[in-house]
Write a protein that binds this ligand. Structure first.
Ligand code: PMV
Length: 329
C-alpha cells in the first residue's frame, strides 16, 4: 500500500486557459507542452491506519488550507476508484519553487496520481492516468507524458475523450531548450484556477482567444514534427501573449508580470533582431521561460547575467511520470 513516483513539470507552448467544467477540469481549449527534464516532484503515498490524511511538502506539514484540501480531495477520488477508505500519508519534494509559476502543481499532481493510484492497487492505463492527474490540476495531465505532449480538450460532457498524449518522444528534439529565468520566488497572488475562472466569466477578448487557439495548435504541432524552431518559437510566444492579453483584460485585471519579466521580454526580442534566436513564454507568474536551441544556451545565460538574472534553470525535453523504487519515508 506504499508507492513512489516522479514527474516533471511541463511548460505549455500552446496554453490552457479556462475550463468548461470546473469539477471534471475539462478545458475550453486544447494545449501542447514540453515536459521539462529535471524540474520535478517526487512523491510517496502510503494508505494505512492514519487517523487523517497527512501531507508533507518540502518538509512542511499541511494540516489544513487550500493545499491540504486539494490533495485530500484528490485522494478521495483515488479512494473512490479503488473502493478503499484508508487515510494516507503523502510526502512530496519539489526541485523548484512551489507555486511561483514554474508549474509545480503539474508535476505535483502527476506524481501524486501515479503514486496514489499504485498505492491504492489501481492499474490505470497511461490515458486513464492523464485523466486522473487532470482532476488535481488541469495541466498535470500533460506531465504524465514524455517529450512533447498534447492535451486534447475533447467534447464529451463526461470528459472521456479529454486526455493527454505524448506527440513526440524526448529523443525527437533533444536540442530544444527551456531556460527558466526565475525573477521572483514569491508565491503568486492569484492562482491559475481563480484567474482563469474570472477570465472566462468576464474577459471581452476570451472568445477571440478560443477562436485563434486552434491555428496555434496546428502550427506548433507541425513545428514540433518538422523540428522547425522558428515556427514553434514564434507561435508559442504569440500564444502566450494572447493568453496574457485575456488575463489583463478581465475585471479586476490580472497582471502576472513584474518589471523584470518585461525587461527580459524586451531583451529576448532585441537579441533576435541581432541574430540570436530565442522566444519567451510566461504562465500564471512572473517567471520567463526562454525557448532556444542547445547551441545558444550559454550565450543566452551570459546575456541574462548581464541584466542581473542569475537564477536560470535549463531544461530539455524530459521523461513523463515514472514509478520510483526509493521511498521518501
Ligand atoms: O493546471 P493549472 O491550473 O496549473 O493551469 C495552468 C495554466 C497555465 O500554466 C497558465 C497554462 C498552461 O497550459 O500550463
Amino acid at each position: 500500500m506504499k508507492a513512489t513516483a516522479t514527474a516533471n513539470a511541463n511548460i505549455a507552448l500552446v496554453k490552457y486557459w479556462g475550463k468548461r467544467n470546473a469539477e471534471l477540469m475539462l478545458p475550453q481549449n486544447g494545449s501542447v507542452s514540453m515536459t521539462c527534464d529535471g524540474m520535478g516532484t517526487k512523491t510517496t503515498v502510503e494508505f494505512g491506519d492514519y487517523p487523517k490524511d497527512v501531507f508533507i511538502l518540502d518538509g512542511r506539514e499541511f494540516a489544513e488550507g487550500v493545499e491540504y484540501e486539494e490533495v485530500t480531495g484528490f485522494l478521495n477520488l483515488v479512494r473512490k476508484m479503488a473502493g478503499i477508505n484508508k487515510k494516507a500519508k503523502i510526502v512530496s519534494a519539489n526541485s523548484m519553487p512551489t507555486a511561483a509559476g514554474l508549474a509545480s502543481s503539474a508535476s505535483g499532481f502527476a506524481a501524486l496520481a501515479l503514486a496514489a493510484s499504485k498505492a491504492a492497487g489501481l492499474k490505470l492505463s497511461r490515458k486513464e492516468l492523464t485523466q486522473l492527474a487532470r482532476r488535481g490540476s488541469g495541466s498535470a495531465c500533460r506531465s504524465i507524458g514524455e517529450g512533447f505532449v498534447e492535451w486534447k480538450k475533447g467534447s464529451k460532457e463526461d470528459g472521456s475523450d479529454c486526455y493527454a498524449k505524448s506527440i513526440a518522444k524526448k529523443e525527437h528534439w533533444p536540442e530544444f531548450r527551456m531556460l527558466a529565468a526565475v525573477v521572483s520566488k514569491k508565491e503568486k497572488k492569484i492562482k491559475s484556477r481563480a484567474g482563469m475562472a474570472q477570465t472566462v466569466a468576464n474577459c471581452p477578448l476570451y472568445t477571440c482567444w478560443l477562436k485563434t487557439v486552434k491555428d496555434d495548435l496546428t502550427a506548433v504541432k507541425d513545428g514540433i514534427a518538422e523540428k522547425n524552431f522558428t515556427k514553434v518559437g514564434e507561435r508559442s510566444q504569440l500564444n502566450c501573449l494572447k493568453m496574457h492579453a485575456t488575463m489583463m483584460t478581465t475585471l479586476p485585471p490580472i497582471i502576472y508580470w513584474s518589471p523584470a519579466t518585461v525587461e527580459i521580454m524586451h531583451a529576448v526580442m532585441e537579441w533576435k533582431e541581432n541574430g540570436l534566436e530565442s522566444y519567451f513564454t510566461m504562465d500564471a507568474g512572473p517567471q520567463v521561460k526562454i525557448m532556444c536551441l542547445q547551441n545558444d544556451t550559454e550565450k543566452i545565460k551570459k546575456r541574462l547575467k548581464e541584466i542581473g538574472i542569475e537564477n536560470v534553470m535549463e531544461c530539455m525535453p524530459g521523461n513523463g511520470a515514472k514509478p520510483a523504487k526509493s521511498h521518501l519515508f
